[in-house]
Design a protein around this ligand. Sequence first.
Ligand SMILES: [Zn+2]
Ligand SMILES: [Zn+2]
Length: 142
Amino acid sequence: MDQSADLTNKVHEHGGRMTPQRAVVLETLAGVSCHPTAAELHELVRRVLPEISQATVYRNLKVLRDLGYVIELDYGPSAARYDATVADHCHARCTKCGRVVDVPAEAVHDLEGAAAVLDDWRITGQRLEFCGICPDCAEDCN
Ligand SMILES: [Zn+2]
Ligand SMILES: [Zn+2]
C-alpha cells in the first residue's frame, strides 16, 4: 500500500485532529521497525522537523494511540515503546539492549485456541512477549 496516500486519507478522515506534525510523527514511526521510545522517536522526527520538542512528540504519540494508529508497549512510565503496526502481532524483547522486534501472529501457533479457552471473556487483544538475547547482544558476549 502507498503509505503516504494512506496517511493523507487518515489526515482527511480525522480533519483537524490529524495535524501535519502528527502525520510526520506517525509516518516516522511507521518507517522504522525498532519500536522506539518517545525519546528515540524524537531524534528521528527532528531530522524532518528540527524544531519539534520531545514533549510535542510525546503528546502526539498519546493522541495517535487514542486514535488507534499506534500501539504503546508498556515497559514502565519512562520506557514505553511505540509501534505503528496495529494489526495483531507479538513481540520479542532483548533483555540486554531492550530492542523489540515483531513476531507475526501466524507464527505463534494456536493463539486463537488459547483465547478460545477464555470463551466467557470479551477478548480485546493479546500481549504475548518473548524475552531473550538478540543476535547483536549474543555476539558481544563471545
Ligand atoms: Zn540486544
Ligand atoms: Zn510490533
